[in-house]
Design a protein around this ligand. Structure first.
Ligand code: ADP
Ligand code: MG
Length: 368
């Protein structure tokens, strides 16, 4: 994709905007490549996002700048704004493949998909999942309520973490490249397939709840190491039809009362609201809890995590939890104590250490 209209070819040591010297590649997405650079003026490291040069990509990057500028102007005292990447500067670079919009950000260590990969697709420890999800929801609450922005592409690749000595020190929502205003959408087809909400699949108007759905899919994936829903296409059905079937099997029926106005309703459902390609499907025959029980967590963790995810996976977007509501769930506020202190070591220094760790662990301790 390094061609006319595509990615700009970048070499280590190149200097952009007369100040940013490229150190190494940080990542790439559908729209851009991202590079760690040293800023000759501030002597700090920055992340330089260089968009593809095609008109459409340029327009997308310009929308991203507008959204990021708007975010930077909203309530500067709100501590949650730090959970969303902040634009330091933008400029345009003319290269061999055309004009590229360039965005400069604070650099983080990697995206969440990297952490999932490093877990060998087994998922992260539940405490890490909790740290990540709390900060993502704080960022979303800020975007949704203060900025009136829908991200529309929440997924592990678009959540960045800063690691310090192997620990997660910061979590930030990145890639506002597909974001839109709550009152002004740019596209009907939003979200990456696996994270796509039922209202978008069926073609209803969407709102901030679409991000909450994607966030639940992502929380599951970060914890379990695999997709919550992995739609597949087959000769007799589309990927979307399979996706709706999987949602029904886990969460219950997609009700005509709510969904029949959707632009694509007729493509998937018959008059009675049964799925066309599989009218015998049994709603809730494979509940979320069954999936979570595959993990060797303690019972309280499984129950709390399930209770945390369920309101986010409410099929009717009007009943879905908001980011602010999700932040009040017990899984985030009252996690169980780490683990029961080992009985044999009850008097040892190790047990005292463990008790201390448990005390600082969270809010009021629940018995595991
Ligand atoms: P795209 O719009 O092309 O998807 P993103 O903004 O998602 O671009 O960036 C692509 C990838 O580059 C991310 O998934 C991440 O791995 C990396 N990246 C982006 N911004 C940063 C940053 N500030 N610090 C570190 N890595 C980043
Ligand atoms: Mg991206």
């Amino acid at each position: 994709e390094y061609k006319q209209g595509g990615y700009h070819p970048v070499s280590i040591g190149d200097v952009y905007n007369e100040r940013y010297r490229v150190v190494r590649k940080l990542g790439y997405g559908r729209f851009s490549t991202v590079w760690l650079c040293k800023d000759a003026i501030t002597k700090r490291k920055v992340a330089l996002k260089i968009s593809k040069s095609d008109e459409n990509y340029t327009a997308t990057a310009e929308d991203e700048i507008k959204l990021l500028d708007a975010i930077s102007r909203v309530d500067k005292s709100d501590p949650r704004r730090d959970k969303v990447v902040q634009l330091l500067e933008s400029f345009s670079h003319t290269g061999v493949h055309g004009q590229h919009v360039c965005l400069v950000f604070e650099p983080l260590t990697c995206n969440l998909l990297k952490l999932i990969e490093r877990s060998n697709y087994q998922g992260l420890e539940i405490d890490k999942v909790r740290t990540i999800m709390r900060q993502v929801l704080q960022g979303l609450d800020f975007l949704h309520t203060k900025c009136k922005i829908i991200h529309t592409d929440i997924k592990p690749e678009n959540i960045l973490v800063k690691m310090v000595k192997g620990k997660i020190s910061k979590v930030k929502i990145a890639d506002l490249g597909n974001a839109c205003w709550t009152h002004h959408h740019f596209a009907d087809a939003i979200q990456t397939k696996e994270y796509r909400s039922p209202e978008v699949l069926v073609g209803l108007e969407y709102g901030t709840g679409a991000d909450i759905w994607s966030t639940a899919c992502m929380a599951f994936e970060v914890a379990m190491g695999g997709y919550l829903f992995e739609p597949v296409e087959a000769p007799n059905h589309s990927s979307e039809a399979d996706h709706l079937a999987k949602i029904t099997r886990m969460l219950g029926p997609i009700l005509p009362e709510v969904y029949k106005e959707g632009a694509h309703w007729d493509e998937f459902f018959n008059e009675e609201g049964k799925l066309l390609h599989d009218s015998n499907i049994n709603p809730r025959s494979w509940p979320l809890m069954m999936e979570l029980l595959r993990k060797q967590w303690n019972r309280v963790d499984v129950e709390q995590f399930c209770a945390f995810l369920e309101p986010m996976l409410e099929i009717d977007q009007d009943n879905r939890g908001t980011a602010a509501q999700c932040l009040q769930e017990d899984w985030l506020l009252h996690p169980p104590v780490a683990r029961p202190a080992p009985v044999v070591a009850a008097t040892s220094a190790a047990a005292a250490e463990e008790e201390k760790a448990a005390a600082g662990y969270g809010a009021p301790a629940l018995v595991a």
